[in-house]
Design a protein around this ligand. Sequence first.
Ligand code: UDP
Length: 330
Amino acid sequence: MKVLVVGGAGYIGSHCVRQLQAAGHTPVVLDNLVKGHKDSIPSGVTFYETDLADSAQVIDILKKEEIDIVMHFAAFIEVGESMQDPLKHYDNNVAKTVSLLKSMREAGVNKFVFSSSCTVLGEEAAPPFTEAMPLRPISAYGQTKADVEVILDYCCKAYGMSAAIFRYFNASGAAVGGMIGEDHSPETHLIPIAIQVALGQREKMKVFGNDYPTPDGTCLRDYVHVDDLSRAHIAAFPKLEEEGTYLRYNLGTGTPASVLEIIKTVEEVSGCPVPYDLAPKRDGDVPSAYADSIKAKTELGWDPQYPTIKSIIETAWKWHQSHPNGYDDK
Ligand code: UDP
């Protein structure tokens, strides 16, 4: 398959590009490089430095490259920012996605894979989260993902488009080999921050809240390896052959880890101390979020290769150790 990877220079997109190559597909990358890194794109892969809302260009690329499937990873992901500047997130994550879908219709491309998030489910009482749970986001970011999920449902019904939506839990880790990895600016995620402390780039870190109703009082999350996520997306391709298909899958290992367990595992893997201070709870954090991924496992044959936080953190450590300043180290 010829696959246009929108946001293919970002963290998850760049891992997906490599997994597409490994599976024998031909990725073409479209990225405006506002958040993405050009150095994450493998040499030999066709790259367009284009904004996904530039319809004339996007239509031209879709036709010229004879694209079969569009995978869409380009989004703003910072929950806090989405609450301070919701229109920025609606514009990028919703309006530009609508523009991309219109360009696809114009070019006659009707298969779509969308990067969603477990934040569409919001504050449910009892994890594990299943696909059947209602959309109840509690942030503007989560709402933008939920909006696109609903837009896609209508598009599949109205236009015979087919779509597979993947809701990630906590995407983490890096490709084996340490050539690509996580490089966000600013960095807000737990594992890279703990690794930055282990590397001595930060003196200390903060643990946001320790009186949650969890075994050690810190939040439980479901950390899932970025290559495992990518493989699930590709496994859905055959299902998109049928017009009107609309699929949603939760992707996580189903085994949650607490903030303190992550810090301890980073210490163990790195052999370096990770000092922390207790800090107030972070707005919008739910006590516990982990996936029921039975649907992806049974319908797609998805079989995560990194089932433990240690195996995930080992790959992240390798990337950060060899690229302490991310892609700027190249
Ligand atoms: N967290 C923390 N200190 C940090 C960053 C994150 O205690 O410096 C906590 C955060 O409150 C949450 C968990 O780590 O409970 C995972 O946060 P992250 O931002 O990595 O992912 P999220 O679950 O918010 O998508």
